[in-house]
Design a protein around this ligand. Structure first.
Ligand SMILES: Nc1ncnc2c1ncn2[C@@H]1O[C@H](COP(=O)(O)OP(=O)(O)OP(=O)(O)O)[C@@H](O)[C@H]1O
Length: 755
């Protein structure tokens, strides 16, 4: 099993792993990102950098527990960096803890350093070219998998860990099990490599060891010290700190010496490896470790401690005498240990794209010129071109480009707004909602004004109480305008918070405020070419009033946080139920904006002053309710209509619409009766029933008769067509859809053409 696994359900595709992977060994799938092990160097960056902890080390705790529970001899080897991790216990107490867990012996990995020191000395002596140390498994993997031309430069000597494994199995026999404790994730990969397999059985990180102590409720700090087993190291203990390799291998160093180079940390290492591969530098020996701070900074490190402090801990362990009990068999003269190892070219070839392939990907993400290549790194790749190569190789997908995605979203949003408006207009047409119903003088006056101002570009201010039909009027003006094939964007200024309204209207630039993660177009831009309807304009802040005035005067929209303005061609219709004149007088509404809006005002009369339209409106809303509720209600009782005409309708036409829909829900009959209306109607009616002037119109009187005749006609056509709706519609010479609607209206049923 691979040493690192991805918990796919936790991965949120933030691309942190791609970003932190020095060799881009990550493939982004549809819902998660995965490691490509043939490219991976085991540095552990993806583990430490995943905010979701979706990349985890394969659990070796269970494996170790099983080994300890078996009757096999299990030896623990503490990696050289252990004093920098277990700093609150003495080394003797840690040994005691490990023995309590069931380890038969505890050795120091530092002894392995001294085992291989001779091998290094010999290699240096013999080599004519540059040598690269091979004790850091991440470096070995980096060279084998990504810089195979440098394989010949690797010191052909095993690592201290593998040396310890081979030494222990040599002395104690091949059946002994060796568990190596380390801060290194790459070591977990190393023991699986063909060239080094068999020496170490399991690698546990220090964190995993801590977990086992916790599981078994063992606190090493409370234990009495016990001695280490095996070979007692000396200079090898300095190996984990920078330049420690040279100290441990007794190689003299000098800061002015360009022949001996030492470096730690991804950036430095990658630089040196690139320099070596290109032949820019040619030192005698290069000692490199992938982790910053060397082995005391591995992914399993103790991150609370500073590098300096950890360094001190290593030096103090070197200076102090840890208790030792070396069994004589470890000191016996034996055959020399096989210290050499080979390396293999593990370079995984990915198809190299041609220039035209890269261009294709760039074009697909809207990058047509060099200026479009932002190299923003949001996808995890350093440049748009590196990313395009990854897309070509199937490691990345188009979705990963954030600017492209945002642009797509913005365009989709614009398209949706347009589609929504078209659909809304269609619906209006379908259900007749667009018609302003009313046969009173005042409604006629409003209709005349709409027809006059509609086709002009003039700004209109619609005034009137709530529910009087201001929005309906705005929509009618837009419909009568030459812009009616372009969007009508309606904004209710009170439903959006003051702080957001400005950015909603004019858009914003990325970073303009917290949460502005990308540029965003505003509704003025969405309405370009069409109309914007600002409802409740009396409620906007003075700051927004000033900005709106500027937009009206200049036609320029400036996004929040931006300097560049964009020209838009938008007609403004505003509505309010507030007395703006009072606002001007009391200072809460700008005078200049008031005059700018009030160029053409339409005042919607309240319903109580359009009593003669009430019967017509009542039947109009009854029709709407019937369609909505799918109930066969044919009319309204006279008393109900009269009661409605006596009522004052504080909520105006919207209230009436609601009252009738409620009554339609309540009624069990084919007509709505007074009793189906809210109680206040009956109460008013009872008092004043006799004084009610008969204001019913001819239209109202005519309605029930028309309904009856219409129903009879439909029934006759249907009977003549043998119940077939298509045929009946043909006989009646009306569209089939209209015929269906009439059937619905009268609660009739027919057969479809195919039934
Ligand atoms: N003359 C009318 N004919 C038919 N329906 C109408 C008429 N006037 C208003 N309505 C209907 O009444 C409801 C309220 O109308 P609208 O939303 O236009 O009022 P408003 O004045 O904008 O309200 P508010 O000030 O609360 O926003 C809508 O469903 C609308 O279709």
């Amino acid at each position: 099993m691979e040493p690192i696994i991805t918990l796919t359900e936790k991965c949120r595709k933030c691309y942190s792993c791609v970003r932190s992977c020095p060799v881009k060994a990550i493939k982004v799938e549809k819902n998660y990102s995965e490691i490509i092990f043939e490219r991976c160097i085991g540095c552990g960056n993806c583990l430490s950098n995943c905010p979701q902890h979706a990349k985890v080390v394969t659990d070796k705790v269970g494996v170790t527990e099983k080994l300890l529970a078996s009757d096999q001899t299990v030896i623990a080897v503490l990696g050289c960096s252990f004093p920098a991790f277990f700093h609150s216990v003495s080394s003797g107490q840690l040994v005691a803890g490990l023995k309590k867990l069931g380890f038969a012996e505890v050795h120091e990995g530092a002894a392995g350093v001294e085992l291989i020191a001779g091998g290094y000395a010999e290699a240096i002596e013999k080599s004519a070219g540059s040598l690269i140390s091979s004790h850091c498994p991440a470096i070995v993997d980096l060279i084998e998998r990504h810089y195979p031309s440098l394989i010949k430069n690797l010191v052909g000597v095993i690592s201290p860990m593998v040396a310890m494994g081979r030494f222990l199995k040599n002395v104690l026999g091949p059946d002994v099990k060796v568990v190596y404790l380390s801060s290194c994730i790459a070591a977990k990969f190393e023991i699986q490599a063909e060239e080094t397999t068999g020496a170490i059985d399991t690698v546990l990180t220090y964190r995993e060891l801590e977990e086992i102590f916790k599981n078994r409720a063992i606190n090493p700090a409370s234990l009495k010290e016990e001695p280490f087993d095996g070979l007692q190291p000396h200079l090898g203990r300095l190996f984990p700190i920078s330049e420690g390799t040279f100290k441990a291998f007794s190689i003299a160093t000098d800061p002015l010496d360009t022949e001996i180079v030492t470096a730690a940390g991804e950036v430095n290492v990658m630089g040196i490896i690139r320099d070596l591969a290109s032949g820019r530098i040619n030192p005698r020996i290069v000692d490199v470790r992938f982790c910053y701070e060397g082995c005391i900074g591995g992914p399993g490190k103790n991150s609370e401690l500073t590098e300096f402090y950890k360094r001190n801990l290593i030096i103090s362990h070197f200076k102090n005498e840890a208790p030792y009990r070396t069994a004589p068999h470890y000191l016996e003269q034996r055959e020399p240990l096989p210290l050499t190892r080979s390396f293999a070219n593990k370079y995984a070839k990915f198809k190299v794209p041609k220039g035209s392939d890269v261009k294709k990907v760039l074009h697909a993400t809207n990058k047509f010129t060099q200026k479009d290549e932002l190299n923003c790194r949001a996808c995890g790749y350093r440049t748009c071109r590196e990313y395009a190569v990854a897309v070509f190789q199937g490691l990345a997908d188009l979705e990963m480009c954030l600017p492209y995605n945002l642009q797509q979203l913005e365009e989709d949003r614009g398209r949706l707004i347009e589609k929504y408006e078209l659909a809304r207009r269609e619906l209006d047409r379908e259900y007749g909602d667009e018609f302003i119903v009313g046969e009173d003088m005042k409604t006629h006056e409003v209709l005349d004004l709409i027809k006059q101002v509609g086709p002009t570009p003039t700004t209109v201010l619609i005034r009137g109480e709530s529910g009087t039909g201001k929005e309906l009027t705005a929509r009618a003006i837009h419909r009568y305008s030459k812009r009616n094939d372009k969007p009508l964007v309606t904004v209710n200024c009170t439903t959006i918070t003051d702080s957001l309204l400005e950015s909603e209207l004019f858009g914003h630039k990325k970073g303009a405020f917290t949460g502005a993660i990308a540029d965003k177009k505003g509704l003025f831009e969405a309405a370009d070419g069409g109309t914007i309807f600002l409802d409740e304009i009396g409620d906007i802040t003075p700051k927004l009033q000033a900005e709106l005035l500027r937009v009206l005067d200049s036609g320029d929209v400036r996004p929040v946080g931006g300097t560049a303005a964009k020209k838009v061609d938008v007609r403004l219709i505003a509505a309010t139920n507030k007395k703006l004149e009072e606002g001007v007088r009391d200072g809460w509404f700008r005078e200049d904006l008031y005059y700018r809006l009030n160029v053409f005002a339409i005042t919607m009369p309240p319903l109580r002053s359009r009593v003669e339209s009430i019967p017509l409106l009542a039947h109009h809303f009854l029709e709407k309710a019937r369609n909505k509720l799918n109930k066969s209600i044919v009319g309204l009782e006279d008393r109900a209509v009269k009661a409605m005409m006596q009522y004052s309708w504080p909520g105006n036409i919207r209230e009436m619409q609601n009252v009738i829909e409620r009554a339609a829900v309540l009624t069990h009959d084919e007509i709505i009766k007074l009793g189906n209306l809210p109680l206040v109607f009956a109460e008013n009616y009872a008092e004043e029933a006799d004084d009610v002037p008969d204001l019913r119109s001819f239209k109202h009187e005519r309605e029930p008769h028309v309904m009856r005749v219409e129903k009879k006609l439909i029934q006759r056509y249907l009977a003549d067509a043998g119940g077939n709706v298509s045929k009946a519609a043909q006989l009646a010479n009306i569209p089939r859809r209209t015929f269906y609607r009439l059937l619905d209206k009268h609660g009739l049923k027919g057969r479809g053409a195919n039934s």
